[in-house]
Design a protein around this ligand. Structure first.
Ligand code: DPP
Ligand code: ZN
Length: 877
């Protein structure tokens, strides 16, 4: 397959000033008429070439004249037209087939043909499945869109932009028109048509513009949209206050669908959401899902500036909008909830999803240099690591400096398609700082290892911290260079107090020395000397996770325990605990020594008794790194052994705390049971869940009885699902009845049913495969729905490593077979699911051999999509 390369970028030879689209909508066939007013780059002389895939061309005229067949060619997804000039108007009429579109890219049907609705998904390259167009993000045009359809079947007609009239037509049909005053790229096009209901809210921006906010959903779901509306208003207000950004149209539409490849889509004026990230009600959504709705609503809204008003020049710059918008979303969520809990969540996600990606065959820079299928690059690296890069730069500039930089970025590039260089330049220019050294982070893949060594000189009263960096080679990039790594640090004395910092070489010594500061390591190795240090300190490094690196520091277990007990920053306490837990894991694995294990258990047992600690933070402190993260530390991975050792680690912790103490805490927490969403109620549920999980490791019988009670009396999905998970994971005698009950009670709620599938994928490793096979035979399972596929196969292959990595290869073969079937329906979802094979190269020899055989067999199948081919081929190299 052809590779697209960043270095081959050329400005478009043809642009489009104005687009007029008219749709005659139907479930089986829809006709699309497009009038493009073209602009020619005088310096380029290529014929007019437009992208188009799967389009049935009905007619074509240029400047009002029907074109003879000799004047155009349509092959290999490109329409080439002779005779076009600057200012020419090209009109095409095409036919597409929404109901037959199982790839969910372009125009498709959500739900059943009798009751479902039509909608579009265009990012990255779906627009070419709707009409002929230069389908690239640097072609910005003004859109006028007219929709025509049967009024009974499609009472609601929506497109992006402001409404510009509607009315009746003959034969029970009607029409509606929308005009978008802001030039935009084709990937932001959207329409929706069907039987939808709405909730509305009036909003006035800080400068006084009146905006109508409307959320649309199918009748059974519209009652679950109020939380999203609330989150939307808070997001809009926050972006005004934090970034001075206002909304810029008269209406803002948001639509929920159960059939969606992504999480959500920021189409201009018409956001479309996977229902999973829009609908929320206590009976079927967990606390985590509420927070996810809040975050994704904010994320898509924030794109209106970081993505839509300023868009990307090409898809290599995807992180320009995604990394930046994830960062903005994380800031928002931190402001709405707890900053340290949010940071813990984000870093845990980075380690679980991005670090393994960056260490395996799919490793790519935040700005990839090449791709075959752009949809494969909506990755944790582009999103999550991309956000970390923005965070580093923001940290470098400080709060006010970053805001100054963002103001300049938005004003300088408003209405244009920008690059990552443009971003760093604007931020730097506004602060008279050269940020270009950070560009290296965007082009280099792999996670840097940061090594820290401390040396205390009692005679000189100095503490020398030597930092060095090394990035191991990655798949396509053997050579690595040093990067600028900001290290936020503090020094603690042995009583757990922070010391004033006197760093050698500091230009001005502030009278009141600070206790926390940032040093930037921008070469392979550098030493930092601190003066006036009275005794050997304990360094607290990389505070707030100031750079996305792996820290290697030879702490003694007692030093980590000290930070876990005393660090004032919630994130860093957690981080010290994570490092200590990983060392405790090593103790168990190697059977040599228990010093880290004892230190970890003792420190947490002590914290467990502290009544002032936030219950949510305690819950996170009590959770060791996950199996995937622990596996990253192994040279050869045996997922069953990692699973067993991690369980053993938690069992040791539970025993150290004590079954009675756990039980008491559980009962105290259970006495508060409610379904409120305030921080404390959520925190108690989070801790209750963790305590029950730990109790299950020391007294399974007791925990399963409590879980059954909790399941039966749960006022919310959070409590209900937590209880069900204990029963399912423990393969408890009560699990069967609870699962049958859940299946019946939530049969009509797709989002709850997804959880029913997922929770059963967490059964013990030796029995889960049989359950997965039963579940895919369930009448509620379908390969056509991305959420359902991820709820079953994604949850099994990603979240139950012991259950997926069976030594006989049966798990690999099942996944490979389903991937091939899924690929024929929906290549994007198949390719994403295939990344669950990531890490197979480091498996122990038995699994390695059977995994390779399964992936080889998949690669050898004829007719795989470009999407899946690219992933599978990368896996094998
Ligand atoms: N809709 C996806 C997102 O917001 C891709 N832009 O991340
Ligand atoms: Zn996004």
């Amino acid at each position: 397959p052809t590779l697209i390369r960043l270095n081959d970028y050329r400005a478009p030879a043809w642009r489009v000033a104005q687009v007029e689209l008219a749709f005659d909508l139907g479930i089986d066939t829809t006709e699309v008429t497009s009038r493009l007013r073209l602009l020619r780059d005088p310096d380029q002389h290529e014929p007019l070439r437009l992208d188009g895939e799967g389009l049935e061309l009905l007619s074509i005229t240029l400047d009002g004249e029907a074109l003879p067949e000799s004047a155009w060619r349509y092959a290999d997804h490109v329409l080439e037209v002779d005779g076009a000039n600057d200012g020419s108007v090209l009109e095409t009429r095409v036919r597409v087939q929404p109901a037959a579109n199982t790839a969910l890219e372009g125009l498709y049907l959500s739900g059943k043909r009798e009751s479902g609705f039509l909608l579009t998904q265009c990012e990255a390259q779906g627009f070419r499945h709707i009409t002929f167009f230069p389908d690239r993000p640097d072609v910005l045009a003004s859109y006028t869109v007219t929709l025509r359809a049967d009024r009974d079947r499609f009472p609601v007609l929506l497109a992006g932009g402001n409404p510009d009239g509607h009315g009746d037509l003959e034969n029970g049909r009607h029409w509606a028109r929308f005009v978008d005053p802001h030039p935009r790229p084709s990937y932001l096009f959207a329409l929706v048509a069907g039987r939808l209901q709405k909730i509305e809210q009036d909003y006035v921006t800080s400068s006084g513009r009146a905006v109508k906010l409307v959320i649309w959903a199918e009748p059974d779901a519209i009652g679950h949209c109020h939380y999203a509306m609330d989150a939307l208003e808070r997001s809009m207000r926050w972006d005004e206050q934090a970034y001075g950004r206002e909304y810029d149209l008269d209406v803002f539409h948001v639509v929920a669908t159960h059939d969606f490849n992504m999480g959500a889509m920021e189409n201009k004026g018409l956001n479309i959401f996977n229902a999973k990230y829009l609908l929320a009600d206590p009976d079927s959504s967990t606390d985590d899902e509420y927070r996810a709705v809040e975050a994704v609503v904010a994320h898509e809204y924030f794109h209106n500036w970081s993505g839509n008003r300023v868009t990307c020049r090409d898809w290599f710059q995807l992180s320009l909008k995604e990394g930046l918008t994830v960062f903005r979303e994380q800031q928002f969520s931190a402001d709405m909830n707890s900053p340290s809990l949010k940071r813990i969540e984000d870093v845990a996600l980075l380690r679980r999803a991005q670090f393994p990606e960056d260490a395996g065959p799919l490793a790519h820079p935040v700005r990839p240099a090449q791709y075959s299928e752009i949809n494969n690059f909506y990755t944790a690296t582009v999103y999550e690591k991309g956000s970390e890069l923005v965070r580093m730069v923001a940290g470098h500039l400080g709060r006010a400096g970053f805001r100054r930089g963002m103001d300049l970025y938005f004003s300088r590039h408003d209405g244009h398609a920008a690059t990552l260089e443009d971003f760093l330049r604007a931020l730097g220019d506004a602060n008279a700082i050269d940020l270009m050294p950070y560009l290296a982070w965007y082009s280099q893949s792999g996670t840097p290892r940061l090594t820290a060594r401390g040396h205390y000189d009692a005679a000189q009263r100095t503490y020398t911290l030597t930092l060095s960096q090394h990035t191991p080679p990655t798949a396509a990039q053997p050579q690595k260079q040093p990067l600028p790594i900001p290290v936020k640090l503090a020094l603690f004395d042995r009583a757990g107090r922070m010391l004033p910092l006197h760093l050698a070489g500091d230009a001005t010594s502030t009278p009141a020395a600070t206790t926390e500061r940032v040093v930037v390591l921008d070469r392979a190795e550098q030493a930092f000397v601190f003066h006036q240090v009275d005794a050997a300190p304990v360094p607290s490094l990389l505070r707030g996770f100031s750079a996305p690196v792996i820290l290697e520091c030879d702490y003694a277990p007692g030093e980590l325990a000290l930070l876990l007990r005393h660090d004032v920053d919630g994130f860093n306490r957690w981080e010290a605990g994570q490092q200590l837990a990983a060392r405790a894991f090593d103790n168990l694995r190697d059977g040599a020594g228990t010093s880290a294990l004892d230190a970890w258990c003792d420190a947490l047992a002590a914290l467990f008794g502290e009544t002032t600690l936030d219950p949510a933070l305690l819950a996170d402190l009590l959770t060791p790194p996950g199996e995937i993260e622990l596996s990253e530390r192994e040279r050869l991975v045996d997922p069953s052994r990692v699973h067993a050792l991690r369980l053993q680690l938690q069992e040791r912790l539970a025993r150290r705390i004590g079954g009675d103490t756990l039980l008491q805490r559980y009962e105290a927490l259970a006495s508060h049971t409610n379904r409120d969403l305030d921080a404390l109620s959520q925190a108690r549920r989070r801790l209750k869940r963790r305590v029950l999980d730990l109790l299950a490791l020391v007294d399974a019988d007791r925990a399963q009885k409590l879980a059954t009670l909790q399941y039966d009396n749960a006022p919310s999905m959070t409590d209900r699902l937590a209880a069900l998970a204990v029963l399912a994971r423990g393969n408890a005698p009560q699990a069967g009845a609870a699962l049958v009950h859940f299946r019946q009670r939530y049969a009509d709620s797709p989002l709850a049913m997804d959880k029913w599938f997922s929770v059963q994928t967490q059964l013990p490793g030796d029995i889960v495969l049989a359950r997965v096979r039963e579940l895919e035979a369930d009448s509620a399972f379908t390969l056509k729905n991305p959420n359902r596929v991820n709820a079953l196969f994604g949850a099994w292959a990603r979240n139950n490593p012991d259950g997926f990595h069976r030594p006989d290869g049966s798990g690999y073969r099942l996944l490979a077979e389903r991937l091939a079937e899924l690929d024929a329906l929906n290549p994007q979802v198949a390719a994403r699911l295939a990344t669950a094979f990531n890490g197979w190269q480091r498996l122990e020899p038995t699994r390695h051999a059977v995994a390779r055989a399964a992936i080889d067999a998949l690669a050898g199948r004829p007719g795989l999509s470009r999407n899946l081919t690219e992933i599978v081929q990368s896996m094998l190299h």
